[in-house]
Design a protein around this ligand. Structure first.
Ligand SMILES: [Ca+2]
Length: 582
């Protein structure tokens, strides 16, 4: 009897401790080919390669052609269209509020949940990570960021100054979070969506120095070598080595904390490479629904539960990760909506006998492609035998008419059944949700009227400038969640010669006026650190100024910032509002 008692206690204790920790690394614009394990001798990624050696690697794992849809599919286990994601900016990157996220499920199961890096699925609460199941968030919510050294970031909704190179900083923060969770004896779910090698192409000297003098002629090349951009390419490789170094630091931290054995570490990318560089001779890169735009590594290491060196050849997608991780961790609750993904546990545990063949759809901006285990139907309707023609050069529709028909019908089903779920976007930007007191309203989400210009056509990290006429104004379509008095902080720039403007913020009949009396004329930043010319906006260190307090009624409407008086030059340059309900 005694023996039974003891073993049941151990079992019970085992039950308590059986929850594996989870770390998910997601990189931004890294290509399938940007790892040494893919056969690329241009760079060395020993820590990432070790995840494959010590765990499982998937040969054909698929994500979306761009950032926010892949993130949404990972977070919900559903096609991004179903969750309301249709663009990468201005609100179209947000997941509908009735979606259950992977973080909701792990939080409910008693995990500490934290996200560190680039969120890119909505900025204002409850679209903010803290409204999507994460207890802790450090990073930025936009689709890209304008500067990677000591940038403006946020910690749980409050603007803060980052420390050093952002990827190093995000890793440090994730490691502190893990350490705190271990000290509290709580299992953790750490989501680490890095924002590199996405542009701007900034990377510390230590990584750049290894690559800066390389000659392309001595390296592995893209299938269209004439299209390679040397500086951009070398910077991307340097950034990938920095990622590898940071992944290595976090893996070492897991060892030091003695939790490596029972932590599931996942690594994947959000889309194909952001430039023309070696990528296994595949067709397409970031933005493309073809193989090169959507293929990513998937590495899953779990010493306690997955045999080292497991190789999976079955096709899989980012939509499979929610059902897989909740299954591996033995969580009992499920999302309320039907999933498109499927648990990969049988493939990870070598029980693939009953695994049924699947067709996976890639779609973006009206282009739809389909992939089964052997064939790919390109978005133009051409069929490729990927086993014999991985570079998609020969259309084999005539040779395999039945396969072409079948994949075309999968595409039609998707077009008729899934795409219509994406209705007109009528989700306003939420201000002052009852559960939080703070809201950030950035230039990114605003609309410029008259002669006011955005600092760049890519809105994500932009500001408004050229505000020279009193008739011009900025507006935001918002919904105030809770009536109250709000303190308004305006982040601006204005040179001394332009001081004296009066601006007015108004919403549903209430308004607040302020005169700009403090000069703040910071230089543009970014050009000195860029290793290759950028396409996005440079940044400035804008200054916060308290405009005062304003009553906001609950409800939907247009929030306007007007210039009542512009004595000379321009009113101001606008970066963001911080609103706080008091
Ligand atoms: Ca991306």
């Amino acid at each position: 009897m005694r023996g039974v008692f003891v073993s049941s206690v151990i079992l019970w204790a085992g039950g308590l401790w059986a929850k594996p920790n989870i770390v998910v690394f997601l990189t931004d614009d890294q290509g399938w080919g940007d790892l040494s394990m893919s056969g690329n001798s241009n760079l060395s990624t020993p820590h990432l390669d070790s995840l494959a050696k010590d765990g499982a690697s998937f040969d054909r794992f698929y994500v979306c052609p761009v950032c926010s849809p892949t993130r949404a599919e990972f977070l919900t286990g559903r096609h991004h269209v179903r969750s309301g994601v249709y663009s990468t900016s201005a609100g179209g990157e947000r997941m509908d509020l009735d979606e259950t996220t992977i973080a909701d499920l792990f939080k409910e199961a008693g995990y500490s949940t934290g996200a560190f890096g680039k969120w890119h699925n909505g900025m204002q609460f409850p679209y903010h990570p803290l409204g999507r199941g994460f207890d802790y968030f450090y990073g930025f919510c936009s689709g890209h960021w304008g500067h990677y050294f000591d940038p403006l970031l946020e910690r749980n909704g409050k603007p803060v100054r980052g420390k050093g190179f952002c990827v190093d900083d995000f890793t440090n923060e994730a490691m502190s979070f893990i350490e705190r969770s271990v000290q509290k004896n709580k299992p953790f779910f750490a989501y680490v969506p890095y924002n590199t090698p996405h542009s701007p192409m900034q990377v510390p000297d230590r990584w750049w120095n290894k690559f800066k003098d390389r000659k392309l002629e001595d390296m592995m090349r893209n299938r269209k070598p004439e299209k390679e951009n040397r500086l951009h390419l070398l910077a991307a490789l340097a950034m990938c080595e920095n990622i590898d170094w940071n992944v290595g630091r976090l893996l070492k931290k897991l060892e030091e904390l003695k939790v490596a054995e029972d932590t599931i570490v996942v690594f994947f990318h959000d889309n194909g490479p952001n430039g023309v560089r070696w990528n296994g001779d595949m067709e397409g890169r970031k933005g493309s629904t073809e193989e090169g735009g959507t293929r990513s590594p998937l590495l899953v290491r779990w010493p306690k539960g997955i045999k080292a060196g497991t190789q999976v050849s079955e096709i899989a997608s980012a939509r499979d990760l929610l059902p897989t991780l909740t299954d591996l961790a033995g969580l009992s609750s499920k999302p309320t909506k039907p999933l498109d993904g499927k648990s990969l546990k049988p493939l990870l545990s070598g029980k693939s006998n009953s695994w049924k063949p699947r067709t996976l759809i890639s779609s973006w901006k009206g282009r739809i492609g389909a992939r089964n285990q052997r064939f790919r139907l390109g978005y133009k309707g051409r069929l490729f035998d990927m086993d014999h023609d991985p570079g998609q050069r020969v259309d084999v529709t005539k040779k395999f008419p039945a396969v072409a028909r079948e994949l075309k019908s999968s595409v039609e089903d998707f077009r008729n059944e899934v795409l219509p779920e994406l209705g007109k976007d009528e989700r306003p930007f939420v201000i002052g949700h009852p559960e939080v007191s703070w809201t950030q309203v950035p230039a990114r989400d605003g609309i410029a009227h008259g002669g006011i210009k955005r600092s760049n056509k890519f809105p994500n990290c932009s500001y408004f400038t050229n505000w020279t006429k009193e008739d011009d104004y900025l507006s935001w379509e918002v919904e105030v969640g809770k009536e109250g008095t709000y303190e308004v902080e305006l982040w601006y720039a204005c040179p001394k010669k332009d001081l004296g403007s009066v601006v007015e913020l108004s919403f549903l009949g209430q308004s607040l006026r302020t005169k700009i009396t403090d000069a703040h004329d910071p230089p543009m930043r970014g050009m000195r650190e860029d290793r290759s010319p950028r396409v996005e906006s440079y940044v400035k260190d804008f200054k916060p100024m308290k405009m005062g307090q304003m009553k906001l009624a609950a409800g939907k409407g247009e929030m306007k910032l007007r210039a009542i008086k512009i004595p000379s030059g321009q009113a101001l340059e606008f970066r963001l509002f911080m609103l706080r309900r008091i």
